[in-house]
Design a protein around this ligand. Structure first.
Ligand SMILES: Cc1ncc(COP(=O)(O)O)c(C=O)c1O
Length: 495
């Protein structure tokens, strides 16, 4: 059974047929703040957090939720979460600083990163922030810094090398045998002993982050069985296990089950259906065993909500006919930590852009050109099968559905919003506003000033239906802020 998407209850339209979300006219926002524009919805972020929190309160009260700051790094988002008791997963000293300033307490922060600077490590050690060690060589570095500071460091070992294949797109699988992260599970025994001999390290637990947009709960079970086994071994070696940190990764629902199944079928038959860019079977790989194409990409339908996921995770019987809760009790019921990012903010945001042209490729495919490039919708640069549901935000109702590629305004052909055709509610025209749903996570992750375009503004629609600017759209002087020898960079754009 699929849960109701968060949008359904908030969608409405104005009298002149503009898309309204949570009572706010999206076209009005686009006009007021300019496009492209990111829009976040405070109440959906709060709801997402509450779903995790309430489910954990019920299922296992020794828990900590650390919002993955990287998913959408914004002060107001962090403050909102801090006020409701949420912690943070940070990946740099910069994320650490904004999380602390937003009011997240050090004991609720987990420090990640596979190349942490000495400054970052020092700041964590001074505040007794738990550090997720990654890679193994970092142990010596932390031990040395701790000794210099005269303060012991609390550490979790971040593990990888789990037998997982195609749990999500390979670019965002972070815990399998092909991973740049963590300490190999095969070396854990040796590492436990190594830590025992390092005077300034205080073992705290084990950590893993499977990857992102995980939709199959069995991947978590595979990893948890191995982690629990290792935790027992660690405990026998004197490596204390106060917590198991399962990282983030839970997927969100970009499309409903039926629609996603139909999109995948069309991709597979792309040559017949003219459906993907250059007729490539994006997201599929040829399998010599089956002699057929098999889906190895990201799944854009996720059957789990945050609360449903927690409930199943703790209560479903899996290997040995036992539940995770029972297995967790075997290792002394340590703290259960999660670091969700996408599932906290992904479905709490939309992006609005303006259509510049409606055109055709040389082969006659429909293509619309936007005033926004992949540098503002960045996830697709890592994961080509990442699609979002789209809609024309003005005159929603009119016309026949229109299948089209969606291109950005940057100077390279890969600047496509997905290599897969997408469906609009009607044939668009120049000047229409296009709305991308579920863009609250990672949309500005790789954001850049490609072609010297300014990075967009970010607006928050508050719980009371008002809206406020969170981040301003860049101006000429921001785009060229680092120029040292250009005296007119602060002048208005006029040439
Ligand atoms: C260490 C760590 N924790 C948590 C997350 C959040 O993952 P997600 O947004 O898929 O929940 C990430 C994402 O890259 C991560 O690297």
């Amino acid at each position: 059974m699929q849960d109701e998407g968060p949008w359904d209850k908030y969608l409405d339209r104005t009298e002149d047929d503009h898309r309204k979300i949570y009572g706010v006219d999206m076209v009005e926002l686009a006009v007021q703040y300019g496009t492209p524009l990111y829009v976040l919805f405070e109440n959906i972020i709060a709801e997402n957090h509450a779903k995790y929190r309430d489910a954990l309160e019920k299922e296992y009260s020794n828990y900590l939720i650390c919002y993955a700051v990287k998913a959408n790094t914004n002060f107001d988002v962090l403050r909102l979460l801090a006020e409701s008791g949420c912690g943070a997963d940070v990946a740099s000293e910069y994320e650490l600083r904004i999380a602390l300033d937003a009011g997240i307490r050090p004991e609720k922060i987990r420090a990640n990163g596979n190349c942490k600077s000495e400054f970052y490590l020092e700041e964590c050690i001074k505040r007794e922030i738990v550090i997720n060690v990654d890679p193994e060589e970092e142990l010596e570095v932390i031990n040395e810094i701790s000794q210099k500071l005269g303060i012991s460091a609390k550490i979790n070992l971040r593990l990888s090398g789990f037998p997982l294949e195609y749990i999500t797109s390979s670019a965002i699988t972070t815990s399998s045998e092909w991973s740049k992260f963590g300490i190999s599970v095969g070396r854990a025994d040796r590492v436990f002993r190594k830590v025992r001999d390092m005077e300034w390290l205080v073992p705290n637990g084990l950590m893993v982050h499977l990857g992102s947009q995980i939709t199959d709960i069995t991947a978590y079970y595979t990893v948890l069985d191995i982690m629990i086994d290792l935790a027992k071994k660690g405990q026998n070696t004197g490596f204390e296990i106060h917590e198991i940190d399962l990282g983030g990764g839970l997927g969100i629902q970009y499309f409903d089950q039926e629609e996603w199944a139909s999109i995948k079928t069309k991709i597979k038959n792309t040559a017949k259906q003219n459906y993907t860019w250059a007729d490539e079977p994006t997201g599929y790989k040829y399998s010599p065993e089956s002699g057929d194409l098999e889906w190895t990409g990201e799944e854009l339908y996720c059957p789990h909500t945050q609360d449903g996921f927690i409930k199943r995770l703790f209560n479903e019987r899996y290997s040995g006919g036992r539940t995770f809760r029972e297995k967790f009790e075997d290792i002394g019921s340590p703290r259960f930590v999660i670091e969700p990012g996408r599932s906290m903010v992904g479905n709490a945001g939309v992006t609005i852009a303006r259509i510049c042209h409606v055109s055709n490729t040389p082969l006659g495919h429909n293509i619309v050109h936007l005033d926004a490039g992949v540098n503002i919708n960045t996830f697709g640069t890592a994961v080509p099968e990442q699609l979002h549901r789209i809609e024309i935000a003005n005159n929603i109702e009119i016309g026949e559905p229109f299948e089209t590629f969606v291109a950005g305004n940057l100077c390279f052909t890969g600047d496509l919003f997905g290599k897969i055709k997408n469906r609009l509610n009607r044939r668009p025209k120049r000047g229409d506003y296009i709305l991308f749903y579920d863009t609250g996570a990672y949309s500005d992750f790789f954001a850049s000033n490609a072609n010297s375009f300014p990075r967009p503004g970010k607006v928050m629609v508050a719980k009371d239906g008002t809206h406020r600017l969170l981040e301003k759209r860049e101006e000429l002087s921001d785009v060229f802020a680092r120029e040292q020898n250009w005296s007119k960079k602060s002048a208005p754009i006029g040439i």
